[in-house]
Design a protein around this ligand. Structure first.
Ligand code: 13P
Ligand code: 13P
Ligand code: MG
Ligand code: MG
Length: 393
């Protein structure tokens, strides 16, 4: 008997939202996780999802789902939306803080993008063994992944596979998304690394959204790009991001991917989404942002994907090898905190425009008096709209 196996593509969809939390922006309530789990279990029983894992990173509810419906599937997005709605309903009943925070709309219209939740999805033919890493951050923004993604896929001092492994040696393609103009540009590493860095060094605007292997255009990584304040026009909560990365066998090894997080780089977020702080990789039990609502946390879960099922997870940063990273993050946190309300601990003016600071400043407008004979500052000689960190008026 000849068995013809049809190769089917698996989709991994990680969709998250802050639907409310206990005692401030600290941690989700188990009943909200249970509510979301019920909705996803029903979708699994109906065959919409193949598998799922519901979890949290601090106050963010995270739906890790596998299925065969491709990215941006209306059915999958509706399931996620219903799970968040149910969880938010429970959050309201319990009087949780900021219940329904990230659900910016009442009505669902086929896709959760633009409604508040963060989305990272990728579709691929499974390799015989398909290990992946799912990253979930709290108290920061999508651009927080720019530096580590660059290091994983373009820096041989991080990823020795770029030098050693023939499949990685051709380099990777970076799709960079401009959140202000809703447009993207694709650039090749290693040839264009300086141009890539000229953009992604502004993480509040340019976000590494997808990474592809140059050898065969296989998807390697995807990052959520939703920025809540840009959708709502005001500060709602930070745009705590998620990412999915394929690892091993033709992709960077799990250890090469995790290595990029051994340096606790500075990211925007922390208290009131208005401060820079170090991104601290932690085991899931420590994804509770308490000190000054932070410092920003990163959780990593490893899975094997087999026939669209999720095998795992393993708590990737539950390793004493990251203790020194965390210790350095604490030292940096202490150092930054001593700046109090001063930049660069506090974010710059463009980002603060989305907070409540403008209301305070408006009151001061009338207090200024012209200083006669003083020189007015000159405009910069060369201006580029690509450098702006706020949307065009
Ligand atoms: P093992 O020999 O333990 O399979 O590890 C191989 C490897 O490439 C680790 O990065
Ligand atoms: P979240 O974005 O995690 O809800 O945090 C909001 C905040 O203002 C923390 O101080
Ligand atoms: Mg919150
Ligand atoms: Mg959060």
């Amino acid at each position: 008997m000849v068995v013809v196996l049809e190769r089917v593509k698996t989709t991994v969809s990680v969709i998250k939202a802050d639907i409310g939390s206990i005692a401030g922006h600290v941690v989700v309530h188990p009943d909200t996780i249970a509510a979301a789990t019920r909705v996803l279990a029903e979708a699994k029983a109906k065959g919409i999802l193949v598998d799922f894992y519901v979890t949290n990173a601090g106050d963010d509810l995270e739906l890790i789902m596998t299925h065969r419906r491709g990215v941006d599937s209306p059915e999958i997005h509706e399931v996620a939306w219903n799970a968040f709605r149910e969880a938010a309903r429970v959050a309201k009943e319990l009087g949780l803080y900021a219940a329904g925070q990230d659900l910016l709309s009442e009505a669902f219209s086929g896709n959760v993008r633009g409604l508040g939740p963060g989305v990272a999805e990728m579709e691929f033919y499974e390799r015989p063994s398909e290990p992946i890493a799912v990253f979930m951050a709290d108290k920061t923004e999508p651009g927080a992944f720019n530096l580590p993604m660059f290091r994983v896929f373009a820096d041989p001092f991080n990823t020795s596979g770029l030098v050693i492994d023939p499949k990685l040696h051709h380099g990777f393609k970076f799709e960079i998304y401009d959140v202000f103009e809703s447009r993207s540009v694709t650039m090749n590493a290693p040839e264009e690394i300086y141009d890539i860095l000229a953009l992604i060094g502004t993480p509040g605007r340019y976000i590494v959204r997808r990474v592809y292997r140059r050898l065969d255009d296989e998807i390697a990584a995807v990052v959520s790009v939703e920025r809540l304040s840009l959708i709502a026009g005001r500060y709602v909560g930070k745009d705590d991001p998620v990412a999915v990365v394929r690892v091993q066998a033709g992709f960077p090894a799990m250890g090469e991917v995790l290595e990029a997080f051994a340096f606790p780089h500075l990211v925007a977020g922390w208290m009131r989404g208005s401060h820079h702080g170090p991104l601290m990789p932690v085991p899931q039990r420590y994804a509770k942002c308490t000190r000054f609502d932070g410092p920003p946390r990163l959780v990593g879960l490893g899975f094997q994907v087999k026939n669209s099922r999720l095998i795992g997870p393993v708590d990737l940063f539950d390793d004493p090898a990251f203790d020194e990273t965390r210790r350095l993050a604490q030292v940096i946190a202490d150092y930054l905190r001593r700046h109090g309300p001063f930049m660069p601990h506090r974010l710059g003016p463009e980002e603060m425009e989305y907070t409540t600071l403008p209301e305070v400043l408006e009151k001061l407008k009338g207090r200024f008096q012209k200083v006669e004979g003083a020189v007015k500052a000159a405009e910069p000689r060369v201006k580029s709209e690509l450098l702006s960190t706020k949307p065009e008026e």
